[in-house]
Design a binder for this molecule. Sequence first.
Ligand code: SAM
Length: 320
Amino acid sequence: MSGLIKWDEIERQICIEKDLSVLKTYHAALGSKEFRKQIDGSIKAINKCEKYKIKIEIAFGEHYKKLKSEHIDHYNCPSTNLTTSKQQAQEEIGKSRETINKYARMASVEKTDEFLEEYEAKCNDRGVEMSSAGFLKFAREKQHEDLPKVELPEGKYNVIYADPPWPVGSIVMDKWESPINEKYPTMTIDEIRNLPINDLSAENCSLFLWTTHTYLPDALQLIKEWGFKYHCVITWNKHSGWTQFGFHKMTEFLIYAYKGKMNIDQYGKAIPTLIDENKTHHSKKPDSIRDLIKSKTPEGRIELFARDKYEGWEAWGNQL
Ligand SMILES: C[S@@+](CC[C@H](N)C(=O)[O-])C[C@H]1O[C@@H](n2cnc3c(N)ncnc32)[C@H](O)[C@@H]1O
């Protein structure tokens, strides 16, 4: 029965015509129980409907991205223009802000067609229904699979600067429209605990460890377990932050701890414990902090979970 549905016409609408009102009609129909009753009801047929529904959602995401790019000056006036393009998309597509964010994330998947076919085959094999959330999870896992497995170096370091992938829940990450490749793989607290920080540290070693409000207690505990002595915290006021309710968490923390003798240059300009710098990209920390550490510490420095290489630093991470 699913042969009666004009898949070619739907495909043509998605790829060529891109008429929003037609796509909206198909989208509603493909998801409706009545429409699905018309097909043979097998998991394969239902998944075919869902696959095309997902394709349409990706087209909606692309439409929103196009609207957003048309606001060429939005970097100068972020809130006004971003809100405008999102509101416009909300109105045109008839969905909530969160749903438009989800469509934008879906449209950020790089190998959409390839991943969608694979996801469909996997769901059919397992006899489970496809969904847009399932597709996003599948695509994210596929992208993570492409990341290299990296071995930690064996040396001893005087300075360790680390920004671990704390297990920030998808409840936080999935609220945003940010591209899915920004969603790096996270580690459990135990995996972070098992990092051989002790093996990497010289007799006298400074440890700078990034953490968030949520993981501050864990970070303090880990420092102790790794054999370091807590000294102080540098607070980064990033001027933005997501919160579900209550406190607006627009700060992150860089804990300073040391082992042996403190090897920080304590003369000259004082080291600030407050850094006031706007957030740039997702999870990117201000480069000025790395420079500050470099100016106050001896050579033999390593950055863990680094994304770029910097002079005076060894770098380790799976996105380098
Ligand atoms: C919080 S981000 C680091 C951001 C970085 N400090 C910056 O300013 O751009 C954490 C990084 O850890 C990486 N990562 C996650 N799991 C990893 C693993 N098992 N081995 C190495 N790197 C990993 C992620 O891919 C991500 O690049």
